[in-house]
Design a protein around this ligand. Structure first.
Ligand SMILES: Nc1ncnc2c1ncn2[C@@H]1O[C@H](COP(=O)(O)OP(=O)(O)O)[C@@H](O)[C@H]1O
Ligand SMILES: N[C@@H](CCC(=O)OP(=O)(O)O)C(=O)O
Length: 378
């Protein structure tokens, strides 16, 4: 293979997020496959030993799958409680395995467990970034997973593909590598004859007419191809190219060889935790806006004031994510609300000056500050 055909996006990346799925780390019987973990670690250690070594963050699934056999569970349980128990047992085993495997190269690992909700809050987002950045600065290998034992059904990511895209954005990565049990995106179910791998996706139009399935054959993965394509859409839209390939091709992919599917960037970096707010948080309620408020929030980039809110739905506390709805009921934005659901109704339609006079200066605040707000539909 000539040097010319190596992927520029990979070779020039200074910080890479590598995500590996459950199906690439476990045995068919339902336990961690030490050889596959070692093979992945070998591939990552190889990149890190290059003279111009990029930094690598690993997002690893596999906690639930790794906990199944030790708990005597036969296959992935349907109920959340047993999944969480499996994750609790499996996460320890997973990190112990990575710790031993990376130790062969003298590399320390650091466990980072994130929840989708937390990372859209300013302080948590900043702390997550700082921890990851510091681990990298100290030469350690951050290993990220969802904090399965605290994530409830409503707020759960469930799959780690989207989590990986958001982590790539969080750490300002130049590349996201998604490793699965399939060597790329196919133009139909790869189990069927006659389907072929797509080498490059330049934009959403390249996906027209492609059958993107949801179930993995190994039975331990969760999202199938749907969540990978969604993750690729989020990352490339935020300026981060994505390589999707098989875990067994990790060494080639990280060396820039044209394995798997390359998704080219379609946009540029968006504001920090707004991406998490848009793609990771679950709204706890909704605020109905009048036409003037929609205009102010969507077109003028203004904060949402009590005067423009006509109705409040849901049970939320100050700091929770809520959807902002236009008069026709369409969601136009999502933001972190500054008031509890119970406080808000008596403030609606009133000017902040009025409210400050009647209830005190604390009530002069915006309902949603523009820094805590992401427009979803213009
Ligand atoms: N168009 C497609 N191209 C490639 N794989 C697909 C496609 N549609 C469905 N799949 C399935 O998606 C699976 C990968 O998803 P999943 O099992 O969730 O993996 P992981 O555990 O790596 O996250 C593949 O094994 C494949 O069967
Ligand atoms: N946090 C979960 C990830 C869920 C999962 O299976 O994800 P994936 O295999 O990436 O589709 C775990 O570690 O089991």
């Amino acid at each position: 293979m000539s040097e010319d055909s190596l992927r520029e996006e990979v070779l020039t990346a200074r910080r890479i997020v590598v995500k590996v799925g459950s199906s690439s780390l476990t045995t068919a019987a339902g336990g961690l496959d030490a050889d596959r973990v070692d093979a992945l670690v070998d591939a990552i250690a190889k990149v890190r030993s290059r003279p111009d070594a990029p930094e690598v963050v690993l997002v690893s699934s596999g906690a639930i799958a790794a906990g199944l056999a030790p708990l005597g569970l036969d296959g992935r349980p349907k109920d959340l409680a047993r999944q969480q128990a499996a994750a609790s047992v499996g996460q320890g085993l997973l990190v112990a395995r990575y710790t031993a495997s990376f130790a062969r190269y003298g590399i320390r690992v650091g466990q980072v467990l994130l929840t989708a909700e937390d990372a859209s809050r300013r302080a948590h987002y900043r702390n997550a970034y700082r921890t990851l950045d510091q681990l990298l600065a100290m030469g350690a290998m951050p290993i990220v997973n969802e904090n399965d034992t605290v994530a409830t059904a409503e707020i759960k990511f469930g799959d780690n593909d989207r989590l990986a895209a958001l982590v790539a954005h969080l750490v300002r990565a130049d590349l996201l590598v998604l490793l699965s049990d399939v060597d790329g995106l196919y133009d139909g179910d790869p189990a069927k004859p006659g389907t072929s791998r797509i080498a490059e996706v330049r934009g959403p139009h390249d996906l027209d007419g492609i059958e993107i399935g949801s179930a993995g054959k190994a039975g331990v993965g969760t999202g199938g191809m749907v969540t990978k394509v969604e993750a690729a859409r989020i990352a490339t839209g935020a300026g981060i190219p994505v390589v999707l390939t098989a875990a067994s091709h990790a060494t080639d992919a990280l060396a820039g060889r044209p394995t798997g599917t390359l998704f080219l960037r379609t946009g540029s970096r968006t504001s920090d935790r707004m991406l998490w707010l848009a793609h990771a948080s679950s709204p706890r309620g909704a605020l109905h806006l009048d036409a003037g408020a929609v205009e102010a929030v969507v077109s003028a980039g203004a904060s949402l004031l009590p005067a423009g809110v006509t109705k409040v739905d849901g049970e939320f506390a100050a700091g929770d994510p809520v959807d902002l709805l236009a008069e026709n009921g369409h969601i136009v934005a999502r933001g972190l609300v500054n008031f509890d659901a119970r406080e808000l109704p008596r403030l609606l339609g009133r000017s902040t000056r009025d409210l400050a006079q009647e209830f005190g200066a604390a009530y002069e605040r915006e309902v949603v500050h523009r820094d805590d707000l992401v427009v979803l539909r213009g």
